[in-house]
Ligand binder design. Structure first.
Ligand SMILES: Nc1ncnc2c1ncn2[C@@H]1O[C@H](COP(=O)(O)OP(=O)(O)OP(=O)(O)O)[C@@H](O)[C@H]1O
Length: 881
């Protein structure tokens, strides 16, 4: 006999259509799943598997259920693991001829198409990435269904797909869809997988540029995509069309809140590839495991953490994007810096703006829910409170005579929604319930009919309270109670000891463990009236709510423009606040080749170094200071110095003030980094191999406007091989394209410093230390010239390596130094540059007695002959005579 329930049969029907999804059925207050899906769900969510009925083969059917109220915590766990989840609910046509409730899939949730913000962890963007391409030409699109943001680009890539990967690393999509031809490309597939995104094949006509084009213009209601910048980019169009189609087929709706695409080009922004993002700890500190961290939205001790004090989710998301995409255009940067500068200077305005902004919730996502039709009354209250803050923001700026063109433009984009705020204040109660089904949402006075129904119901309830009192008096049963439940309606409850006092006109309804339940015809009559008023009231509330929701949805475009403007304002006010709190200064940005930083600090390290961070200067240009070789003992601060330079440049190019007393930045088109300590052992490649792959990428792709940071090259092989490679790299970068690339190279190969003087644009610097009573004191100050000692053994001692080992290492070092020239840096030639005052450095480098004597000479009192004799004597001294 077939023991399958209708729901189980519907499960098989749904599974047929959505083979790759886990199917969930809404059954009253539970979401239930059957069969193999139930097994997977029970295992992944660690919940108990039960059995109900039989499956098609007559075997007991496994069943896993989660309570409706816990869906928000359970579903994201499945989605984050990369599962697709299909939700089946009661369909519009509620019952068929046999009276069976019809259920079907109403939406499919995939990692990249989560529209319901309660299912997304945190406030960061949740992107679906779509890739289309042929040969080495690609189109990429990023769609955030929860906010309606839609971006696209098209470019030519190399054989390693570095640009695709670098875009993916920046945007961190939750899911990526590709046509099967690309999905089967092993190299691309593996590199995308490494970033932690869920990859799915989407093999449809949607990728066909013509279909995609028609689809997009129909969706946006436009004649051409010219205005969105991608009319002539067939691959951008094909990836966008596919992304939209995928979102629509999973969500099974029109997605009207996705209202335009923004086309961007790589050359608008500084390129920060995934390796550089990681090495410079821009979004995440390196303490987090990289693989996990792509899915984990916490930021550790990163640059983002230091500068993100935004007040709104829109601001937070925008700041994140701006940090990943520093600008190249000096004009745009100057505009941004002017805006930040103005808010830095206007302290009261800054304070006011930030306090008004803190009232504003996630308008972008609220609009998504409103348009999508899954908002609740609390969402509308949140929207009302947010929109009510807008006039206060406009007033504050109006009173402050704003000069910045960018700020004026942002303020102009803030819409007027006083009518929506007034409507919501009139219509929705202050603290509404989450569920729309139980009523209690609409305020008294908003709708006459609803007020009447509520009056009827409350009169009825008052009548019942009076009846209870009256019946107690009539029967003499003090404990008599009139109760209600959804199955039996209203009843008079009498406990066992009092049953003998029950009057004749009571009609028995139900027997319970403690007594009996009765009703009377009069009670029944009131019950019908109350229940009907309640039901009609709830239905009317829902209707009114939907009306209000639709009227807000019709303004979604304006609301989205406002939400974006709020994000921009928040970011500017935030950067101004950070500048003031962290003592940052306004950088100069220009198109020349110079980088001049005075008293630069590492924005992250400076917060954690007791007793204080030692600021340092840097000067780079395309003439004599293009390639800076940085030597110095282990732990001296070489890496910190190089990274702080890159971070200051990134901050300047995102339009932020910077941690320095002065900075002038000739814009950089790309920052490359090669840092040794964080190699990815899990990838199965040797440390040295990874180093060389990364190096190859740098040498092949750096342009004369790039900045390269090399932290020790060639460490993973023999000293001689390593040194040879390092030296060849210095020569190559120095001569690249006959112009060279601005580079910082930290090294313990002291003999490399001999390249200064040989290669015109190379300069030596080192980080000063001094020895005190056999101990090493780190001065953290960069000074011109090279050093020839690494003090590795001192650092080993500081680290607690056993004294016996330290002693033996010292003996061996002595032997090696006597026997080999390579570790002594004998070729080193030190040219002192006077960019910095060596006195500042407080080094222990003793001045030579010859210089001392020279300084003490009083030329005014010397005859020319005296001077000549003294010079000859000094010369003899320098020759060791
Ligand atoms: N300018 C500075 N002021 C204060 N402390 C600093 C400064 N620079 C670096 N430090 C501290 O010194 C530590 C070591 O710095 P860093 O890693 O840059 O040294 P390194 O020279 O690159 O070392 P190694 O050669 O062993 O890689 C940092 O973690 C930081 O705590």
């Amino acid at each position: 006999m077939d023991k399958m329930t209708p729901a189980m049969r519907q499960y098989y029907e749904a599974k047929e259509k959505h083979k790759d999804a886990l199917i969930f059925f809404r059954m009253g207050d539970f979401y239930e799943s059957f069969g193999d899906d139930a097994r997977i769900i029970a295992k992944e969510l660690d919940i108990t598997l039960t059995r109900r009925g039989r499956d098609r083969e007559g075997v007991d059917m496994p069943l896993a259920g989660i309570p409706y109220h816990a869906v928000d915590s359970y579903l994201p766990r499945l989605i984050r693991k990369g599962y697709k989840v299909a939700i089946c609910e009661q369909l519009e046509d509620p019952k068929n001829a046999k009276g069976i409730v019809k259920r079907g899939v109403v939406r499919v949730i995939t990692p990249g198409t989560v529209i319901d913000s309660s299912l997304i962890a945190g406030e960061a963007n949740n992107y679906l990435m779509s890739i289309s391409g042929n040969e080495l030409e690609f189109g990429l699109s990023f769609l955030d269904v929860s906010t309606g943001e839609f971006l696209t680009t098209q470019f030519t890539d190399n054989q390693d797909y570095d640009r695709i990967i670098s875009e993916a690393a920046r945007m961190r999509p939750a899911e990526c869809i590709l046509p099967s031809s690309l999905f089967e490309n092993k190299k691309l597939h593996d590199r995308l997988k490494d970033l932690g995104a869920t990859l799915n094949i989407f093999d449809t006509d949607a990728f066909d540029p013509k279909t995609a084009y028609q689809d997009l213009i129909a969706h946006f209601g436009v004649m051409t995509l010219e205005g969105m910048g991608c009319e002539k980019l067939p691959l951008a169009i094909s990836s966008s069309g596919a992304a939209l189609e995928y979102a629509r087929t999973t969500q099974m709706r029109d997605l009207a809140h996705i209202q335009s695409i923004r086309t961007y080009f790589e050359n608008e922004f500084m390129v920060l590839d995934s390796i550089t993002l990681r090495n410079l700890e821009i979004i995440q500190g390196l303490r987090n495991n990289l693989r996990d961290s792509l899915r984990d939205r916490s930021h550790g001790s990163s640059l983002l953490e230091v500068i993100d004090h935004t007040k709104t989710p829109m601001g937070g998301r925008l700041l994140h994007k701006m940090l990943l995409k520093p600008l190249i255009s000096v004009i745009l940067l100057t505009e941004r810096l002017d805006a930040v500068d103005e808010i830095v200077k206007k302290t009261l305005l800054r304070y006011d703006l930030r306090s008004h902004l803190s009232q504003i919730r996630d308008i972008e996502r609220l609009i998504g829910r409103v348009v999508y039709g899954n908002s609740n009354a609390r969402d509308l209250i949140a929207l009302s409170l947010s929109l009510a803050a807008l006039p206060r923001i406009i007033k504050a700026t109006g009173e402050n005579d704003i000069k910045s063109g960018l700020l004026l433009d942002i303020i102009q984009r803030l819409g007027d929604f006083t009518d929506i705020v007034a409507l919501l204040e009139r219509a929705i109660v202050d603290d509404p319930p989450v569920s729309l089904r139980d009523g209690g949402i609409i305020k008294e006075g908003y709708n006459e009919k609803l007020d009447e129904l509520k009056k009827l119901s409350s009169h009825g309830k008052g009548w019942i309270a009076e009846m209870q009192q009256h019946e107690r008096e009539r029967t003499g049963i003090k404990s008599l109670k009139i109760g209600y439940n959804s199955v039996f309606g209203y009843y008079i409850e009498v406990t066992k000891p009092n049953l003998s006092q029950v009057p004749q006109d009571y009609i028995r309804k139900q027997t319970t463990a403690n007594g009996e339940r009765f009703y009377t015809p009069a009670l029944k009559e009131k019950e019908v009236m109350i229940l009907s008023a309640d039901e009609r009231g709830k239905a009317l509330e829902l209707e009114l709510f939907n009306e209000i929701n639709s009227s807000i949805a019709s303004r979604s475009k304006e609301l989205q423009t406002t939400a974006q403007a709020i994000g921009e304002l928040d970011v500017i006010a935030n950067l101004a606040e950070v500048a003031v709190n962290n003592r940052y200064t306004r950088p100069e940005v220009n198109d020349n080749c110079n980088i001049l930083i005075r008293d630069g600090r590492h924005p992250v390290v400076e917060r954690s170094v007791p007793p204080g961070f030692v600021p340092n200067d840097i000067r780079m240009d395309c003439q004599e200071h293009q390639f800076l070789l940085i030597t110095g003992p282990n732990m001296a601060g070489k890496s910190t110095y190089m990274r702080q330079t890159a971070l200051i440049i990134i901050l300047a190019q995102m339009g932020s003030f910077v941690p320095a007393s002065y900075a002038s930045v000739g814009v950089v088109d790309r920052i490359f980094t090669r840092v040794g300590a964080f190699d990815d052992l899990a990838s199965g490649q040797s440390t040295f191999m990874i180093e060389m792959v990364e190096l190859a990428n740098i040498l092949n792709n750096a342009t004369p406007r790039s900045l390269i940071l090399l932290d020790e090259i060639g460490r993973g092989t023999s000293t001689y091989d390593g040194y040879s490679i390092a030296r060849a790299v210095v020569e190559f970068i120095h001569n690249k394209d006959n112009a060279g690339v601005r580079s910082l190279f930290a090294t313990h190969y002291h003999q490399l410093t001999a390249t200064e003087g040989v290669l015109r644009r190379v300069k030596n610097y080192h980080i000063a230390v001094k020895e005190e009573g056999g101990d090493l004191v780190f001065l953290r100050k960069i000074v011109p010239g090279a050093t020839d000692r690494s003090y590795g053994i001192h650092v080993a001692k500081l680290a607690g390596v056993p004294p016996k080992v330290i002693q033996r290492a010292k003996e061996i070092l002595k032997e090696v130094e006597n026997g080999s020239a390579i570790s002594k840096g004998k070729e080193a030639k030190y040219t002192q540059l006077m960019l910095f005052d060596p006195g500042d450095a407080n080094t222990n480098a003793k001045e030579s007695p010859v210089i001392e004597e020279l300084k003490n000479l009083n030329l005014d009192e010397m005859t020319p002959l005296d001077a000549l004799n003294t010079l000859s004597a000094l010369k003899r001294k320098t020759a060791g005579g």
